[in-house]
Design a protein. Sequence first.
Length: 229
Amino acid sequence: MLKFALLALLAVAQVYAAHPLSNLPAPGLVTVGSFFPDQPNKHFVAGKPVKCVLGIHNDAAVAYNVTAIVGSLNSPGDFKLYIQNFTENVFHADLAPGAEISLEYRFQPDARIEPRDFVVALTVLYHDNKGKYFSSTFFNSTVEIVEEKKMIDWELIQLTCILAVGLAGFVYIVYSYVEPHLAQFGIKKRKGSRKETSKPDDADEWVKGSHYDNLKKKKAAAKKLCYRH
């Protein structure tokens, strides 16, 4: 039981322990240069690893031990506001007086970070043979966090489909509202354009008693007489 309690206390202590960047020691006598071989324009993709190559030259008369490299992503408006603390890379590389060493530090901006400008600070930690620690911040500059380029933008396709369905629904609603009025207008128009036509039987009423009517009767009587013979 006591063992589990001690482990719990240790875990809490680790959570609340001060990050190395929150209380950096003074710089020693070294010269540090660095570059980003894969991102020379300092455009870092959120969620993708970034490689930084640095060279450290010992300008002091004593040997140093390069302990670790740490880094952070900070707000451009307030450097004290830490957005993300990068993973600490431990080296424990010996650096004799006048010697130079090349190291590689990798970090990864969180994939959830909004694409925009931030400040990246990278610091190397080292100590002498007496155990005194030093630090040198070799990169402290504005970078741009960008989104990863996608071959197919599924979000754009989804948005286009949603807009298309919405537009189709809107057109259907408008048509459903207007169509009855158009149909009613069409029926009225057809009714108004109808013309009354005379039936064939009505034509006989106009020729009754006329010379044409008498001539028709004589022809009909003559045909009947012929059929009898």
